[in-house]
Design a protein around this ligand. Structure first.
Ligand code: SAH
Length: 436
């Protein structure tokens, strides 16, 4: 063993994927995971700054870590990674957190590996070890993980008025298809059953590659890989969701009928200020199209409440849009001004109380709608991919193709299998059934 490492991750699935990749690289160098940052020779914080709240969390964590490092006899390498570290931020951060050894922009895991290789304590390690790590699952995931997240489109160029991501992750670009397919093949060999293709705007995949290479094509290619039972993708942007993609989902059995398409706001005036590039009517049309080709599809969304100048009437348009479309899930965020974004120049004029009231009202509508959408599933048989055994509750947990959570009891080992389950109880957030 070379030493120990600890990675703390917050934020989106892209961060999860970056952390997993870094863990496998560190393990290839002989580092072993430890659950406690205080025991680690190398600690990495993989951060999110999409709203103020996760940023505050990361800052608290980092400050604590500074104290831990002081008290450690053998010292500690601290790496700060993810969206807290943009090109322009690194210098300021170095002044604020002098105990951090290295700052890495999102996905730049190689920078830490280089740093370690240059470090006196680790001069016996060699770079070739890391190359072997490519696409290897880290020990914590091996034989315990069903789903892998695979980034396919990196960065984002859309520049929505409120969003910090383009400033931190850079312009969008597609990963080479051969690289993605090799990664998925390697994951399948290691027991991964489901892959989730990721991008800030995943439906932009291939825009910078040769003709004919797009997300629809990629989904079909990934679905062909032996051992992969299910393929998912997220997040889609309404402006890039075309009929070819919807048809690919409809025609490819292994591709799950589940769409993640944020609408963010119902009011056209707010959508325009957000620079989203579509109207409420256009969003409705996309939902209608999905339901025409993929009638069984679930459609999930993201919504921001309390964007600058959002009135009660604007908010009611959001409620109306969600309620009329009866979407399956909404991730609701209260607007939070972010540095260097366009909307940060506008006054954050919806009060904290009003934002919370809007969040609560929408949350209640979402829960009610989810309950109504799930109720007809009672008595139906669904196919679920089993991802975990919950010891305390003595039951298996898995998901339907629509990504709804299902629990069932079974004394045999069902891990990683597709199981037919008859639903006997349907709540808004989960279903309970009996294995057939
Ligand atoms: N690229 C994806 C996801 C971006 S971040 C997309 O196009 O949607 C995930 C979600 O965080 C967004 O969908 C949005 O709902 C929310 N979000 C982003 N910036 C925000 C901000 N400044 N305040 C509140 N929520 C925000």
């Amino acid at each position: 063993m070379t030493g120990t490492y600890h990675i703390w991750t917050i934020g989106c699935q892209m961060n999860e994927a970056d952390s997993r990749h870094l863990a496998s690289q560190l393990e290839a160098l002989g580092f072993v995971e430890t659950k406690q940052a205080s025991d680690a020779d190398i600690t990495v914080l993989n951060t999110c700054v999409v709203r103020q709240q996760p940023e505050d969390k990361a800052v608290r964590k980092l400050t604590d870590l500074g104290g831990v490092k002081k008290n450690r006899r053998h010292g500690m390498i601290i790496a700060l990674m993810g969206c807290m570290v943009g090109k322009r931020e690194a210098e300021d951060l170095a002044v604020r957190f002098p105990f951090v050894d290295i700052f890495m922009a999102p996905s730049q895991t190689d920078a830490l590996i280089e740093f370690i290789l240059q470090h006196d304590a680790y001069s016996h390690l060699n770079r070739a070890q890391v190359e072997l790590a490519d696409y290897r699952l880290p020990a914590v995931n091996r034989e315990k993980t069903v789903t892998a997240f695979v980034p396919v489109t990196l960065g984002c160029s859309h520049v929505c008025s409120y969003c910090v991501i383009p400033h931190r992750r850079g312009p969008d670009r597609s990963r080479a298809p051969e690289e993605i397919l090799s990664e998925v093949r390697a994951l399948a060999v290691q027991g991964i059953k489901e892959v989730n293709l990721l991008g800030q705007i995943v439906d932009r995949y291939g825009f910078d590659l040769e003709e004919g290479i797009n997300l629809a094509w990629l989904l079909k290619e990934v679905a062909r890989i032996e051992g992969i039972l299910r393929v998912r993708f997220l997040t889609s942007h309404p402006a890039y969701m075309d009929e070819e993609l919807i048809r690919a989902v409809a025609e490819t059995d292994k591709v799950c009928p589940c769409f993640e398409i944020p609408f963010q706001a119902g009011s056209d005036r707010i959508l325009e200020s957000m620079r989203r590039g579509y109207t409420q009517a256009e969003y409705r049309q996309i939902v209608a199209n999905i339901r025409k080709f993929v009638p069984a599809a679930s459609i999930n969304t993201d919504v921001i409440v309390g964007y600058p100048t959002e009135t009660e009437e604007d908010f009611l348009e959001t409620m109306k849009l969600y309620g009329e479309l009866k979407l399956d899930l909404a991730h609701i965020a209260k607007y939070s001004p972010r540095p260097r974004t366009l909307s940060a120049k506008m006054k954050d004029d919806v009060s904290a109380d009003e934002k919370e009231s809007r969040r609560l009202r929408l949350d209640e509508l979402v829960a009610r709608t989810m309950g109504e959408n799930n109720a007809p599933m009672l008595g139906q048989t669904v196919e679920i991919l089993v991802e975990e055994f919950q010891e305390g509750k003595n039951r298996w947990r898995g998901r339907t193709p629509q990504n709804k959570i299902v629990f069932f009891e079974d004394s045999t080992d069902r891990f990683g299998q597709l199981v037919q389950v008859k639903i006997e109880w349907a709540g808004p957030f989960s279903l309970i059934g009996r294995a057939l």
